[in-house]
Design a protein around this ligand. Structure first.
Ligand code: HEC
Length: 126
């Protein structure tokens, strides 16, 4: 009896999980757009395909750091050898000057793990 109930619970959660996961990805991206508006938007344009004070962040997840042709990056970022995956973006928003000493981007410090998750979910949509 106990085993079969457990099996039912496991089956039910296996069925529900994909639905819950995709809904929460969207929710995270929405939350992330708020974190972005508060901390990043001043330098990274709302039209994410444009370089403004900071480089365009369209397609930044998976991109090589400092690789856009029409942006005057710091030598430090261009030479960093970083590819922007989730881990690197997490370190970057946590303390960009620690990850890349000499970067031209003003120090940001998003240390809250949930805010980092939201931000990365949002960056993936750009
Ligand atoms: C004060 C302006 C400013 C703010 C605020 C800012 N950035 Fe930046 N960002 C820059 C500049 C300038 C660069 C280029 C840095 C360099 O060349 O060293 C940059 C670079 C980046 C890069 C690397 C892009 C690439 O093409 O390699 C990412 C990713 C990034 N910023 C994300 C963010 C996020 C996320 C936030 C908010 C948490 C943020 N930035 C806040 C100015 C800013």
């Amino acid at each position: 009896m106990k085993t079969s109930m457990l099996a039912t619970v496991i089956c039910a959660s296996a069925l529900l999980l994909p639905v819950v996961a995709s809904a929460s990805d969207d929710m995270q991206a929405v939350q992330g757009s708020v974190v972005f508006a508060q901390n990043c938007h001043a330098c990274h344009s709302e039209d994410s395909s444009k370089n403004t004070f900071g480089p365009s962040l369209t397609g930044v997840v998976g991109r090589k750091a400092g690789s856009l042709p029409r942006f005057a990056y710091s030598e430090a970022l261009r030479a960093s050898g970083i590819t922007w995956n989730e881990d690197k973006l997490r370190l970057w928003v946590q303390d960009n000057e620690k990850l890349v000493p000499g970067t031209r981007m003003r120090h940001v410090s998003i240390t809250d793990k949930a805010e980092q998750d939201y931000l990365i979910a949002y960056l993936k949509t750009l």
